[in-house]
Design a protein. Structure first.
Length: 124
């Protein structure tokens, strides 16, 4: 399984999850099969607010899940249509969130959790 974590800076598994999917400069993808990580530069960083293209951001790389602090409605809709689940990150590092994910302790995000005018469940 490939789990994607939007981050502000690449510090490997010690990186902190970022508050918003579309604004994250990088994505760290953790592959549970090989316990390896890869880093993707956000290819859609300069998108117009509300117009995030998740697959462009991920440079076309497929993942199984996203763990993030916040996400917009368009991005979560696009990801869910591709079968990618989105989970609310906890405070802490990627490593902390991997443990929570493996323990099935992260909440799957829905439209009720999306950023809307920077209010509600959005962490940025």
């Amino acid at each position: 399984m490939k789990i994607c974590f939007p981050v502000e800076s690449d510090n490997g598994l010690e990186s902190k999850t970022f508050g918003h999917f579309g604004s994250a400069p990088f994505f760290i993808v953790f592959d549970t099969q090989g316990n390896t990580t890869t880093t993707i530069n956000n290819q859609d960083l300069d998108h117009i607010h509300g117009q995030c293209n998740p697959m462009k951001a991920l440079n076309g790389k497929m993942v199984d899940a996203i763990v993030v602090g916040g996400i917009g409605a368009g991005a979560i809709t696009g990801l869910n249509k591709m079968g990618i689940k989105v989970y609310k990150s906890s405070m802490g590092s990627i490593q902390d969130n991997i443990r929570l994910f493996e323990a099935d302790s992260l909440v799957e995000m829905t439209m009720a959790h999306t950023c809307g005018g920077h209010i509600g469940g959005c962490a940025h």
